[in-house]
Write a protein that binds this ligand. Sequence first.
Ligand SMILES: Nc1ncnc2c1ncn2[C@@H]1O[C@H](COP(=O)(O)OP(=O)(O)OP(=O)(O)O)[C@@H](O)[C@H]1O
Ligand SMILES: [Mg+2]
Length: 204
Amino acid sequence: MDVVRRGAEAEIRRGTWKGRKVMVKSRVVKAYRHGSLDESLRASRTRNEARLMQEARRHGVPTPIIYDIDLVKAELVMEEIEGERVKDALIEAGEEEAEAVCREIGRLVALLHRAGIAHGDLTTSNMILREGRIWLIDFSLGGRNAELEEMGVDLHLLKEAFQSAHSERFRLFDVVLRSYSVHNPNAKLVLAKIKEIEGRGRYT
Ligand SMILES: Nc1ncnc2c1ncn2[C@@H]1O[C@H](COP(=O)(O)OP(=O)(O)OP(=O)(O)O)[C@@H](O)[C@H]1O
Ligand SMILES: [Mg+2]
């Protein structure tokens, strides 16, 4: 199987599952964590990620279909979304396309938050663009019954991602927020939360 990415926490590789082309995400063993703690952490993040991806898609947010889950190996088998990372797409896109992508990002985050789901690691690296549609991935740090605080943190992280990866087009983040506000009746409260988080200087 060919490894697509080996991160600090997880390894992503291409594989096949019942004749389908799939992506396999496994959480790597962390030697510095105590064995049984590490095991339960890997299992719970895997379970959390699968659950949130399924729940998000039930609420209209495109996410990869989960085919299989193995809590012992801390492994998810999922649909491969053959597209481009939104991070890269935004760098290459013309103005009009970039704005359309940002409107769609705002709409999807609004849908997610209206469903009470916080993503936990909302950056343009965790979004895939395919044929004009956006898929969200990497929900392992997300949560349900999200409070305003967690929604604010989502948007704050996204803002920082725009500031670092798309700094020359920082205006684009306003397009995200405008669309988010159109699609989330609670947006005012969340936007106020972002201000508060920024005022604090840190959010944990
Ligand atoms: N279902 C998928 N289809 C296509 N590409 C994927 C899929 N899942 C992951 N990838 C690719 O692998 C990269 C890493 O995946 P992911 O973001 O889930 O892991 P991670 O950031 O290493 O994990 P974590 O933050 O949970 O430790 C993604 O940025 C994306 O390029
Ligand atoms: Mg990621």
